[in-house]
Design a protein around this ligand. Structure first.
Ligand code: ZN
Length: 140
């Protein structure tokens, strides 16, 4: 067969059959399996239930794992906390949410304050890291 590019790493490889779309590199095999599982979870309710049961058993057999994980990765814990706030608000009352307006960003002449996460409350998008600037002239 003709060499084809790997779907994940884009290196050329010779597939064993017409269905093979990624090479045999361990990272690519993990990525292919993760993709397959993501699609399977979305489309197969039995698989989704079995996966959840298995994950619950795994977590029950390792008490304190997620607490230690959050302590090892505080930035991921903070990101998840913000995104969970968004999910909770979406779930409760979507009509009462304030609408964030995003103006054009022009940092010229402004002093940077710092970087923050912009978490959308209504728009369907991931949290975005933004730079905030102090405006030198007060508004009239
Ligand atoms: Zn590959």
């Amino acid at each position: 067969m003709e060499p084809v590019p790997c779907f994940h790493c884009a290196t050329m490889f010779i597939p064993r059959n017409r269905k093979q779309y990624c090479c045999s590199h361990p990272a690519c095999r993990r990525a292919r399996k993760a993709t397959w599982q993501r699609i399977k979870r979305k489309t197969d309710a039995d698989f989704r239930a079995a996966t959840k049961l298995s994950q619950n058993k795994w977590a029950a057999s390792r008490p304190g794992y997620w607490k230690a994980y959050r302590q090892r990765n505080p930035e991921k814990a903070e990101r998840n906390r913000m995104l969970q706030t968004v999910r909770n608000r979406r779930r409760s009352s979507a009509a009462c949410l304030p609408i964030a307006k995003m103006d054009a960003r022009n940092p010229l002449g402004f002093q940077p304050i710092g970087q923050f996460w912009l978490v959308p409350l209504i728009a369907k998008m991931d949290a975005t890291k933004v730079n905030l600037y102090a405006i030198s002239d007060p508004l009239p």
